[in-house]
Design a protein around this ligand. Structure first.
Ligand code: GLY
Length: 285
């Protein structure tokens, strides 16, 4: 009986890392359409559709009970809607990053201001001028931090994360050159459950995740990489729509979700390597 209470209590403590009451987002600048950075430069964004998708995403977070703080757009920073990259928030601590792409470095100012002054988080700023981190590379599992070593995030960045969050094991995961971020192919679908993509690049990265993780997870292996980018919030899941996922991934995701779920289409964001996790910072304050 006592043991059962202990297990329940420790699960609740862990669960609390996925319980949020705020989401930080940023409005879409007009420059997003033509100037947002993209790995495939032939991709053309439909601005009206993209902005509608971001609005739908905001509505989904609101439906889940989060208060959304929606910062103004900044035309100077076409990628500024991808607020996941300029800061990593775990519990009451926030690391304001030195972004991997030099053109995005000025995105941090308003983010830091809200995290520090409105949400009263304990802020660390990256000081090492050679260290870089994009939040899209930082996968917090509830027990440890897996950090993609990518074109955007380097070893010194991983070291800064380990220094900022010494209470968690931190491991670097090599990111395949065809993939932008670690979270482009893996996110948490539930407490102890990780969704992972199925491309050959994702499979290589997944092997490193399995080798380097300090804890065991249930892995939900999907066919398409974008299917693996979901949001797990307060026991509920936000995922993409059936046409984006394909029938097999859609079925597999649904069979692995026990709580409520909301579908949000992100296909315009995907043209510029954006996904669900990129467009918010989830906070419990
Ligand atoms: N377009 C997202 C990024 O390159 O950071």
């Amino acid at each position: 009986m006592l043991w059962r209470s202990f297990v329940t209590a420790s699960k609740q403590i862990r669960m609390s890392y996925f319980n949020y009451n705020y989401a930080l987002m940023r409005k879409m600048p007009k420059s997003f359409e033509k100037e947002a950075i993209r790995m495939d430069e032939t991709q053309e964004v439909d601005f009206v559709k993209a902005r509608q998708q971001l609005d739908n995403y905001k509505d989904a977070l609101t439906k889940l009970g989060l208060e959304v703080i929606d910062l103004d757009a900044d035309e100077e920073y076409p990628d500024c809607i991808f607020v996941e990259d300029p800061a990593i928030v775990i519990g009451k601590k926030a690391l304001v990053t030195r972004l991997g792409h030099v053109n995005r470095r000025g995105e941090t100012g308003p983010i830091k201001e809200v995290l520090q002054n409105k949400l009263q988080l304990d802020i660390t700023e990256m000081k090492d001028e050679y260290a870089t981190v994009d939040g899209g590379d930082v996968l917090f599992t509830g027990k440890e931090i897996l950090v993609g070593l990518s074109a955007r995030t380097n070893e010194k960045g991983v070291k800064t994360i380990a220094e900022t969050f010494p209470e968690f094991p931190v491991s670097g995961i090599p990111v395949h050159p065809t993939v932008l971020h670690l979270k482009s192919i893996a996110t948490m679908l539930g407490d102890g459950v990780m969704a992972v993509g199925g491309s050959s690049a994702a499979k290589e990265m997944f092997q490193a995740v399995k080798n380097k993780s300090k804890f065991n997870y249930k892995y939900v292996e999907l066919e398409r990489d974008p299917s693996a980018n979901v949001l797990y919030i307060n026991g509920k899941v936000v995922h993409k729509t059936q046409p984006e996922l394909g029938d097999n991934d859609y079925k597999k995701l649904l069979s692995n979700i026990s709580g409520d779920r909301i579908e949000v289409c992100m296909d315009e964001m995907y043209k510029v390597d954006g996904c669900l996790s990129c467009c918010s910072i989830l906070i419990n304050s």
